[in-house]
Design a protein around this ligand. Structure first.
Ligand code: BES
Ligand code: ZN
Length: 622
């Protein structure tokens, strides 16, 4: 018990010392909040999930710590919120105070300024979200697995927490939180926090997140959500239809935690559960602490896509424990996580699979690099004035991962692994920006082992576009065999039936499809489909790669499958490239428009925004 109390206070102190040192970070352009003058240290949410109105209705209470004594206002971020009342607590009573809500900026939303009397220690705001909240999706029963109950979920990263609560929406600060959430008695809410897994018959649920987290990690969902324990620290939350298949698919999650702890130190969030969402979830996964949000499109039946779980779990160190201070520094979250993800995969599934996953990612990055504007190929990307969602790409992920692989290769695992572990410990429950990271790296790796890697090299990786010439180029022996078979078939030296595809994993299939010649003939596409039934593949990654190739080769035989794929799945990574390829050619415009008009109502606001942008760019009116 003593140690529990001790660790609770050490967490609080860290949070406070961190927020106080926030001034040393580059200013986060994406927040209006005055977190450098007064910072909230804890928030309490009291919310009703109103499915009829598609609103969250209630209040948020901020516990405040003044950094500058003269501050007379609290500035919070909001977007599309209705604000009813602001009050402050003077240590004894709650009293009304005045507030002003500014006009909406298209990127940052509306600045909410609340007058803060000298003796105020807390502020409470009564508000409701609107149905169009960018960080929430409200699903009709038909869009769920069970088809009987509605469902809602949040996606707050990067700057969408402000669309469902007035908050200092910057990853430069941290809050602990508690919540009381009420919803229909037949449904159940769940948050990224400690909770009682039992079903409450009164529809009222309580949550508590004692560790301080950046606001983009506050998460909520509600629906016909059931619970199944998998192991001592892991469980599945899902609609009953997914519960068993998800528990089987993700049964290795505990081993992933154990292996990650050996490499990078203790998992500091007690339990690690997975919430399986409906297929319109716009991401593969989201690392909400204690409760990653996961797309059902990775339940493939053969664990072939579980690197996603390794990825979201890895964020428990890179991202959730040590957090990018601004969205320019996203690579510190995602690059480190992609690297750690792959190390976990190597430990649990072996080197062969880990290397195949590296090679697929590196190839994907190469293709992206030639398409992206030069500036967006820089790790420390400039995103001032832009929506972080619009600058999203594989660069922070895979270029970041390759950078860490480069350091690993140069210094060796003996030196690099302890460095990374210490980095997580030294910055636990804190945020860090790129400049601070570079000086930490300089002190703790470059100078500790001199003459291995120069600062100039480091700066080239972090500040220059594209990839350095000596970047690691992961190559997989398994893929060499695939190349060999593929070339022989293309030269008609062998028949498809001569290729020993029985041994192939999903990775080999993906590599095979992705590397078929750009000018492959219709006849060859037909033979492939006849032999392997790729159009009907139930693996969503294989189907994606195959459909994309067929769009590029104008094979209209896949249209029906393409249409149902694009309507059923809302994961941006899987659908956006398909829309892009279709919109590239005028002759597809009528088809792609008719598909999108059917699919759009089922997509998340984020996915709608991205795809709307593609239509606009292609000058196709909707
Ligand atoms: N945190 C990200 C998702 C994200 C990033 C949301 C930036 C909003 C802004 C999550 O951890 C992620 O990276 N998901 C990937 C996983 C994949 C790389 C294994 C995804 O959704 O595809
Ligand atoms: Zn991630």
């Amino acid at each position: 018990m003593k140690s529990l109390i001790y660790s609770f206070w050490s967490i609080c102190l860290l949070a406070i010392s961190n927020s106080a040192s926030a001034a040393t970070f580059e200013k986060d352009w994406h927040t209006y909040s005055n977190y450098q003058q007064v910072v909230s240290t804890h928030v309490h949410l009291d919310l009703t999930v109103d499915f009829k109105k598609r609103q969250l209705v209630g209040s948020i209470t901020h516990d405040l710590k003044k950094i500058s004594e003269s501050t007379d206002r609290l500035i919070l971020d909001t977007r599309d919120l209705e604000i009813h009342k602001a009050e402050f607590y003077d240590g004894t009573n709650w009293r009304k105070t005045t507030f002003k809500l500014d006009e909406r900026d298209s990127v940052r939303g509306s600045k909410l300024t609340i007058r803060l009397p000298k003796n105020a220690t807390k502020v409470r705001v009564n508000y409701n979200s609107l149905p169009q909240a960018s960080g929430l999706q409200w699903l009709k029963p038909i869009q769920t697995a069970g088809k009987k109950h509605p469902f809602m979920f949040s996606q707050s990263q990067a700057i969408h927490a402000r669309s469902w609560m007035p908050i200092q929406d910057t990853p430069a600060m941290r809050v602990s939180y508690t919540a009381k959430v009420k919803t229909d008695e037949s449904l159940r809410p769940i948050m990224s926090a400690e909770n009682n897994p039992e079903w409450q018959s009164n529809g009222i649920y309580k949550f508590s997140m004692p560790q301080p987290i950046p606001p983009y990690l506050i998460a909520i969902a509600a629906g016909n959500i059931h619970y199944k324990k998998m192991s001592k620290q892991t469980a599945i939350y899902a609609e009953p239809q997914y519960l068993e298949s998800a528990a089987k698919e993700f049964e290795d999650t505990q081993e992933m935690i154990d292996k990650a702890e050996k490499l990078y130190g203790k998992y500091r969030w007690s339990d690690y559960d997975l919430l399986i969402l409906p297929p319109s979830f716009p991401f593969g996964g989201m690392e909400n602490p204690r409760l990653s949000f996961i797309t059902p499109t990775v339940i493939a039946g053969d664990k072939s896509l579980v690197n996603l779980i390794a990825h979201e779990l890895a964020h428990s160190w890179s991202g959730n424990l040590v957090t990018n201070a601004t969205w320019r520094d996203l690579w510190l979250n995602e690059g480190f996580t992609s690297y750690v993800e792959n190390r976990i995969m190597e430990e649990v599934f072996g080197e062969k699979r880990a290397v195949m996953e590296q090679a697929l990612a590196a190839q994907g990055l190469d293709e992206e690099l030639v398409e992206l504007p030069k500036g967006d190929t820089i790790l420390h990307v400039k995103i001032e004035g832009r929506d972080p969602d619009d600058a999203f790409s594989g660069v922070p992920y895979t270029k970041g991962q390759l950078f860490l692989m480069y350091l690993e290769q140069k210094f060796g695992r003996d030196r690099f692994d302890p460095f990374l572990r210490k980095y997580f410990d030294d910055h636990a429950f804190q945020s860090i920006d790129t400049r601070n990271f570079i000086s930490y790296l300089d002190k703790n790796l470059l100078n500790k082992y001199p003459n291995v890697v120069s600062m100039q090299k480091i700066k080239a990786w972090i500040k220059e576009p594209m990839l350095p010439a000596d970047a690691p180029k992961p190559t997989s022996d398994a893929f060499k065999m695939v190349d060999k078979a593929k070339s022989a078939w293309l030269k008609s030296d062998i028949k498809l039936s001569d290729i020993n595809t029985g041994q192939w994993t999903v990775h080999e299939w993906l590599y095979f499809i992705n590397n078929l010649p750009k000018n492959i003939s219709m006849q060859q596409l037909k033979s492939l489909d006849a032999a392997y039934n790729l159009t009907q593949s139930s693996n969503n990654e294989i189907a994606h790669a195959w459909l994309l190739l067929n769009i590029k080769r104008d094979n209209s035989a896949i249209k029906k499958r393409l249409e149902s794929y694009m309507i059923e799945i809302g994961r941006r990574k899987l659908i956006v490239p398909l829309y892009k390829a279709l919109l590239d050619k005028k002759r597809n415009h009528r088809f792609v428009k008719s598909v999108y008009l059917k699919a759009r109502p089922g997509y998340h606001p984020l996915a709608q925004g991205t795809v709307d942008g593609l239509f606009k760019k292609a000058k196709v009116e909707l």
